[in-house]
Design a protein. Structure first.
Length: 267
């Protein structure tokens, strides 16, 4: 069966992913803190909405984007809006501004194109939730490929889990072991597939080929990059594919991964 296709806003996603990764070292801790309740709730078992999704929200500051439009030239702001709407496949039934034949070329204050662009901005605001969701989902597609970043992110998250263990025990006792760690949860099939294809069928550490073993789930190992024992979580973005030997030697006390990857040219 062919994988299910879905519209992705890749260009906008790259922008958001870049912002979120580049600012992790300065703002990562703060961003995780801001969304800690949502994040804790979504890392108890593997879900399609991950801690990374919540982290990305921190960088989707609607007001900032709004301000940017107001300061930019009106025609550039309009082009920007059109590009985003095309990417997210929204087609508003609105008139188009005619910048060419407008006399007010310096600023477009109080002219007809100003009024029209205001309508486009209002349309974007009305659909902001849908647009943000799709861009976040698209940004995740890039971040999910960066095991080294995921490792660093989940190390920071493990810190939060350790600090908030009393809160977690109080609110989600069924997800906590007697040793005050998150309880191991089963990996859904979609997650095994995702990790398998991300690692291109190879072990994330020793790169041995596991591609003929996908149907034999005993021999591929889905590993928590940051082990549960070190306050890692069941978040879908904390997983990697390992061979049996690497998984056994990694155990539950190390956070080993690799940033090795296979470029498209080498497949
Ligand atoms: Zn104008
Ligand atoms: Zn291996």
């Amino acid at each position: 069966m062919a994988p299910k296709e879905q519209l992705l806003a890749l260009s906008s996603g790259i922008g958001l992913a870049g912002l979120a990764v580049a600012n992790f070292w300065d703002y990562g801790r703060e961003a995780i803190e801001v969304y800690k309740k949502e994040i804790i709730e979504c890392v108890l078992k593997p879900k399609k909405e991950t801690a990374i999704h919540h982290y990305l929200k921190f960088f989707q500051n609607i007001e900032e984007v709004d301000m940017m439009w107001k300061n930019a030239d009106l025609d550039k702001a309009y082009d920007f809006i059109v590009r985003i709407l095309e990417e997210v496949n929204l087609k508003p039934n609105l008139p188009e501004p005619d910048f060419e034949s407008c006399d007010e070329e310096y600023g477009h204050y109080g002219c007809e194109c100003n009024e029209i662009v205001e309508q486009w901005i209002a349309f974007v605001s009305e659909n902001m939730e849908h647009i943000d969701e799709l861009i976040k989902h698209s940004a995740f597609q890039f971040i999910f490929q960066d095991r080294k970043f995921l490792h660093d992110f989940h190390l920071e998250l493990a810190d939060l889990i350790e600090r908030e263990m009393d809160y977690i025990k109080t609110n989600y006792s069924e997800y906590v072991t007697t040793k005050d760690r998150l309880r191991r949860k089963n990996f859904p099939a979609w997650l095994k597939q995702a990790v398998f294809y991300r690692e291109k069928g190879t072990c994330a550490i020793c790169r041995c080929d596991l591609s003929n073993l996908i149907r034999n789930q005993n021999q591929i190992h889905i590993d928590h990059i940051i082990p549960l024992n070190l306050f890692g979580t069941n978040d879908s973005s904390n997983m990697q594919l390992l061979c049996e030997a690497c998984n056994t030697s990694k155990g539950d006390r190390t956070t080993e991964t690799s940033s090795i990857n296979v470029p498209f040219w080498n497949l």
